[in-house]
Design a protein around this ligand. Structure first.
Ligand code: PEP
Ligand code: MN
Length: 353
């Protein structure tokens, strides 16, 4: 893939490249007030959603083309570049009419090859940078497919936005970061700029600073952060937007490490370890749930907890399996014994309830 390295003239490649602005353009006043404050803080690229994909009908669906005129005014008055989300061919034509400088494809759209293809055809022959958000589902191939469709339309200024992946279980994050996915994308497409969207990953403004730092430690190129002159009154995504003052504070706190190859690789690898440990814990918890169900079954059928024949069989099988996977038999035996002990403890608890 031969990409142009500069997305927009005059934007240097010093990390992080910062894109900031409200989730949605709401009123001309809100757009201008936010934009002026951000320009004062040195932000060079202003974002605002004009057409908003809403989960349910009845939510705020964006101000539509009228807002494009406000973005044109932002550009005229502050000199910032302006960026917005496009989801249909009509959005592309409208955005071009108003001189929008940069487009992004939202997470719901990049999950849909028909929609991406429609956008690719509308973009054919245009010279505009396009950022492609990861699809809502954690499918790297689908993300790469969207990138390839846009590239095949002749767009050479391409970047991606990592905005996390949706999950049913929303505990800490609104969208799970699953850092290993953008890291693998970087390995597969090393020249593609990666921009982190801590607002949509975190869903809460308190998480923006730490997620931004993590993205910088992983050598991501930029950050797209939702910023609003009055976040609590925002018409969409109010919990994940910050004032321009707070944005400046967050950016000033960032430690940008000089990425010599070794530390960069190390933090990528560490982040993979974190992810895998997470998965291990979840799998173990699932195993314990099943053990408790077995306990329940044994209780109902008046059976003993310990059935040694079964345990010996498990141990022998798993040790063979582990050795084939290049792990020591003794090591796996220790782990399985610990897991077994905990399973028995959990079953006994169920039986005695
Ligand atoms: C947005 O950037 O406001 C947006 C709708 O994001 P996403 O497509 O990541 O949900
Ligand atoms: Mn948003």
């Amino acid at each position: 893939m031969e990409l142009e390295s500069i997305l927009l003239p005059g934007i240097d490649d010093k990390r992080p490249l910062v894109i900031a602005g409200p989730c949605s353009a709401e009123t001309e006043e809100q757009v201008m007030n936010t934009a002026r404050a951000l320009a004062d803080k040195g932000v060079k690229i202003f974002r605002a959603g004009i057409w908003k994909p809403r989960t349910k009908p009845g939510g705020f669906e964006g101000v539509g083309s009228e807002g494009l005129g406000w973005l044109r005014n932002v550009k005229k008055e502050t000199g910032m570049y302006v960026a917005t989300e496009v989801a249909t061919a009509k959005h592309v034509y409208e955005a071009m009419k108003y001189g929008i400088d940069m487009l992004w494809i939202g997470a719901r759209t990049s999950a849909n090859p028909f929609a991406v293809q429609e956008l690719a055809e509308a973009l054919q022959g245009l010279d505009i940078p396009v950022l492609i958000k990861n699809p809502v589902n954690p499918d790297l191939e689908l993300w790469i497919g969207a990138i390839e469709r846009i590239y095949n339309a002749g767009i050479k200024k391409i970047g991606v936005i990592h905005r996390g992946f949706s999950s049913y279980d929303k505990k800490i994050y609104r969208n799970l970061p699953q850092w290993h996915i953008p890291i693998e994308l970087r390995r597969r497409m090393p020249n593609l700029p990666i921009i982190c969207d801590p607002s949509h990953i975190g869903g809460r403004r308190e998480l923006i600073a730490s997620l931004s730092q993590q993205a910088m430690d992983l050598n991501f190129d930029g950050l797209i952060i939702e910023s609003h002159c009055n976040p609590d009154a925002a018409w969409s995504d109010k919990d994940q937007q910050v004032t321009p003052d707070i944005l400046e504070y967050i950016l000033n706190l960032l430690v940008i490490r000089d990425t010599n190859q070794t530390t960069e690789c190390l933090s990528e690898l560490r982040s993979q370890i974190d992810e895998i440990d997470n998965q291990l814990l979840e799998v173990l918890a699932k195993r314990m749930r099943v053990s408790r169900e077995i306990g329940q079954y044994k209780k109902e059928h008046n059976m003993t907890v310990l059935q040694t024949g079964r345990y010996d069989e498990i141990l022998k099988d798993r040790i063979e399996q582990a050795e084939q996977l290049d792990m020591g038999g003794d090591f796996i035996k220790t782990i399985l014994e610990a897991i077994h002990e905990e399973s028995v403890r959990q079953q006994v608890k169920v039986i005695n309830q």
